[in-house]
Design a protein around this ligand. Structure first.
Ligand code: NAP
Length: 295
């Protein structure tokens, strides 16, 4: 096994995996994926590559020519990689975004494990399944799309999308309705102040950047008093680990989940696609990530 720090285990058979993004210097994926490789006894290393926007095609062709076995893709390349792939999963097609590349002899196959990562995290930690649920989703950006697509493909009963730009909520609602039997609705951010909304929807998912560090006092205008122990409140943000929304929701008795689970499980699902193996000590890795985040 390669020891990433002293490289003593790297040999001529070591497989390469990586992250394509820009910037990538802050990413926790190399730490996490190298832990997974070590845990699962895979002779491989995972490195981060900062790739300029106009070089993404060259990067993918070069990776393939060299037999790089798999990669994650992050901002700003999630859409730009698409013309360079040999095929895409249903989730990636529906999102119009790819976060995972899997090597095939014909080229890279693109997948999107962001939304399914959130669902896997909620299933593992909260025993929550999207099927039959009525979900209130706040935000209609890239992350919202991934989450809404995954929830719809898993049979969510209804997704109501609140967004500052209501037209974007409407577009996403229409897209989800065309993709699945999930009922959809689009509302304004101001509508979130209506307490009756929270009688309808027991799962609330914040997909906006409101509350993310350094703006930790920001919060979507959720009617906190309407929350109770029947609600699960999810925030995709993991920096800070507990946003103002989660803190106030927890004080009302609601169950809460931070975005770290989504980050970890999107990585687990990508790792499974590359290696066919499932990391066993996922909670340990998550604890180590929390230590790194709170250092
Ligand atoms: P994005 O595409 O830029 O979308 C941002 C969303 O936030 C939009 O709905 C936007 O509304 C809304 N928003 C931003 N500033 C706002 C404000 N001041 N008031 C009201 N609404 C505001 O970004 P994204 O890629 O979807 O990422 C969103 C969040 O998810 C980020 O915090 C990111 O870190 C997190 N995320 C977490 C994970 C994970 O693994 N846990 C993965 C991906 C993303 P408009 O449409 O009106 O602009």
């Amino acid at each position: 096994m390669p020891d990433v720090k002293n490289k003593s285990g790297i040999d001529a058979k070591t497989a390469l995996f990586g992250l394509l993004g820009n910037p990538v210097g802050h990413s926790m994926s190399p730490f996490m994926q190298n832990q997974f490789l070590e845990q699962c006894g895979v002779n491989g290393v995972y490195l981060a590559f900062a790739v300029e926007k106009d070089a993404i095609g060259d990067a993918i062709r070069g990776m393939h020519a060299m037999g790089v076995q798999g990669a994650n893709v992050t901002i700003p390349h999630k859409e730009a990689v698409i013309p360079h792939l040999c095929g895409m999963s249903k989730a990636a097609q529906a999102c119009g975004a790819v976060n995972t590349l899997v090597y095939t002899p014909e080229g890279y196959y693109g997948d999107n494990t962001d939304g399914s990562g959130l669902l896997a995290a909620l299933a593992a930690k909260n025993g929550w399944k999207a099927a039959g649920q009525k979900i209130l989703m706040i935000g209609a950006g890239g992350a919202a799309k991934g989450v809404a697509v995954a929830m719809a493909l898993e049979g969510a009963a209804e997704i109501c999308i609140a967004n500052r730009t209501v037209e974007k909520a409407q577009q996403l609602a229409e897209q989800i309705a065309a993709l699945s039997d999930t009922r959809t609705a689009a509302i304004s951010m101001e509508s979130l102040q209506n307490p009756d909304l929270y009688k309808e929807y027991s799962t609330i998912v914040n997909t906006t950047s409101l509350g993310m560090s350094p703006n930790v006092d920001d919060m979507a205008p959720v009617c906190i008093e309407a929350l109770n122990e029947q609600h699960l409140v999810v925030d995709l943000i993991y920096n800070p680990m507990e946003t103002k929304l989660l803190r106030l929701a927890k004080a009302q008795g609601a169950k809460t989940a931070s975005g770290l689970g989504m980050f970890v499980y999107q990585g687990v699902l990508a790792f499974e696609k590359w290696t066919g193996k499932t990391p066993e000590h996922i909670d340990d890795i998550e604890s180590q990530l929390i230590e790194r985040l709170t250092k």
